[in-house]
Design a protein around this ligand. Structure first.
Ligand code: SF4
Ligand code: SF4
Length: 189
């Protein structure tokens, strides 16, 4: 019984690895588990699985474990791992793909990161840049962290670092076109 479950996991894992390679250009099988990526990752302490473990789980077909993990949301895409990897496995690109895939399948391991990410992108789409005050206000509301960073707001406001009115860039149609094209490409994949 156990053998059947394992082999079906591995076969679905195989097709998932092909999908990863097609959509992110990352070959998960290139990783030989030296661990150099995890050793240099500045966020490894906050992750439930370090980057080399994420790669190993994928190689073993443990897709759901990976998609439900916090690690894929905590990765900041700093690319330290990529610069250290002797096999040049592009982990930031892989993490971004895994995030999108988790989103598509309804697995959000770190809801606050997803809330912030969606607000950030909405602000860029509508105004062409990030409106810090609006983004942080909505973030506090939606995440339930109502008073997070509230004490620093007056200082930032009086120093002109944040403003209640968003600055709009001139050619916002170009930005909106980028978002529309991206959405269309995601629909095709
Ligand atoms: S550094 Fe590269 S080869 Fe080594 S464990 Fe990380 S991804 Fe795999
Ligand atoms: S890109 Fe992500 S996984 Fe790689 S070192 Fe940075 S935070 Fe860690």
């Amino acid at each position: 019984m156990e053998t059947v479950r394992l082999s079906s996991t591995l076969s679905s894992g195989k097709s998932f690895l092909e999908k990863v390679q097609t959509e992110s250009q990352v070959n998960v099988r290139d990783c030989y588990q030296c661990g150099k990526c995890s050793a240099g990752c500045p966020f490894v302490e906050a992750m439930d699985y370090s980057s080399h473990k994420i790669l190993r789980l994928l190689q073993l077909g443990q897709i759901e474990t990976v998609l439900k993990s916090k690690s894929i949301w905590i990765c900041s895409h700093c690319a330290t791992c990529y610069t250290r990897c002797p096999k040049k496995v592009d982990i930031p690109r892989l993490m971004e793909f895994l995030r999108m895939e988790a989103n598509r399948q309804g697995f959000i391991g770190e809801k606050t990161v997803n809330i912030f990410s969606n607000l950030f992108l909405t602000s860029v789409r509508l105004t062409g840049r990030v409106h810090e005050m609006g983004t942080m206000g909505f973030y506090n509301l939606l995440s339930g962290h109502l008073f997070q960073d509230v004490l620093s707001a007056p200082g930032l406001f009086f120093n002109g670092k944040i403003t209640p009115i968003p600055h709009l860039i001139k050619n916002r149609k170009v930005i909106q076109k980028i978002f529309a094209n991206t959405k269309q490409r995601q629909g095709e994949s």
